[in-house]
Design a protein around this ligand. Structure first.
Ligand SMILES: NC(=O)c1ccc[n+]([C@@H]2O[C@H](COP(=O)([O-])OP(=O)(O)OC[C@H]3O[C@@H](n4cnc5c(N)ncnc54)[C@H](OP(=O)(O)O)[C@@H]3O)[C@@H](O)[C@H]2O)c1
Length: 242
């Protein structure tokens, strides 16, 4: 069975990823700000480390965490409050990702990063086309909403700086609007945003369960990983579409 490190494990998607991984029999270590959250959810099989990657652990400690895992799932997101959006850490996802990737870079074995991102982030390297209104809107969001800029820069860091690294393999998963519930595997994964399904303005949605399920499958490696590593897949649920 695999060993996973999950960041953002107490979040709405992260907790589903933890549940899915433990259901599949894997060992999970979660870095959490408050141990009570997962305990209250009955996720007792998880080893919890209290703190944050950015503030609580040295580079050596992160290296140890990463070397103990086959894959790191990052489901971090800014708390949607004024301070969560506009106060530090304004680059929560990017800076955490950098610390994890650099810990992997210093290790001896190949590891996987599965990053939860957003379809509001366009992968320019693949020539992805967004409708004009969506490009204007996501451009505005980049300059006004730090969590969106964080997601953009985290994806660009993987694409442009980590690239096809020998030790640090990655996949950047880009869901659209997220829903709770809908705990089924009725989802499809494609390489690029489908402009007809929209982005910020589109009606297409995905459930957090489906994102967590796909992220768990990626983290396990195998064919799913070989199909999507070094890529930025978009996940859609046909049943939750227009
Ligand atoms: N909402 C959408 O429709 C949507 C759509 C596409 C993509 N996304 C992206 O998906 C990601 C996750 O979404 P979600 O709804 O599952 O998120 P969520 O429920 O808000 O969970 C966020 C997680 O990040 C942690 N966190 C927040 N601030 C932190 C900090 N300063 N230091 C350490 N940990 C921190 C939270 O910990 P605590 O429990 O301790 O607060 C929690 O575990 C986000 O990056 C978001 O941009 C969202």
């Amino acid at each position: 069975m695999g060993r996973f490190l999950v960041l953002g494990a107490t979040g709405k998607t992260g907790r589903l990823a933890v549940r899915e991984l433990t259901r599949r029999g894997h060992g999970v270590t979660a870095v959490v700000r408050n141990k009570k959250t997962l305990a209250d959810l009955g996720l007792n099989k998880v080893k919890q480390l209290e703190g944050t990657i950015l503030d609580s652990f040295t580079d050596e400690q992160v290296q140890d965490m990463v070397s103990d895992a086959d894959a790191v799932l990052i489901c971090l997101g800014h708390v949607l409050s004024f301070s969560g959006i506009f106060f530090p850490p304004r680059r929560l996802v990017l800076d955490t990702l950098k610390k994890v990737a650099s810990a992997m870079d210093g290790g001896k074995k190949k590891k996987r990063i599965v990053l939860m991102n957003s379809n509001g982030v366009r992968n320019k390297s693949t020539g992805e086309v967004y409708p004009l209104a969506e490009r204007i809107l996501t451009g505005l969001l980049y300059f006004t909403l730090p969590p969106h800029a964080d997601n953009v820069e985290a994806a660009e860091y993987l694409i442009n700086e980590v690239g096809e690294h020998a030790n640090v393999e990655w996949c950047c998963v880009r869901p659209g609007d997220l829903l709770d519930g809908h705990e089924n595997e009725d989802y499809e994964v494609v390489g690029s945003v489908d402009p007809s399904k929209g982005v910020v303005l589109g009606p297409w949605k995905t459930s957090r369960f489906q994102v967590a399920h796909f992220m768990a499958s990626l983290g396990e490696g195998g064919k799913v990983w070989e199909d999507w590593k070094f890529r930025t897949p978009v996940i859609y649920s046909p049943a939750l579409g227009a």
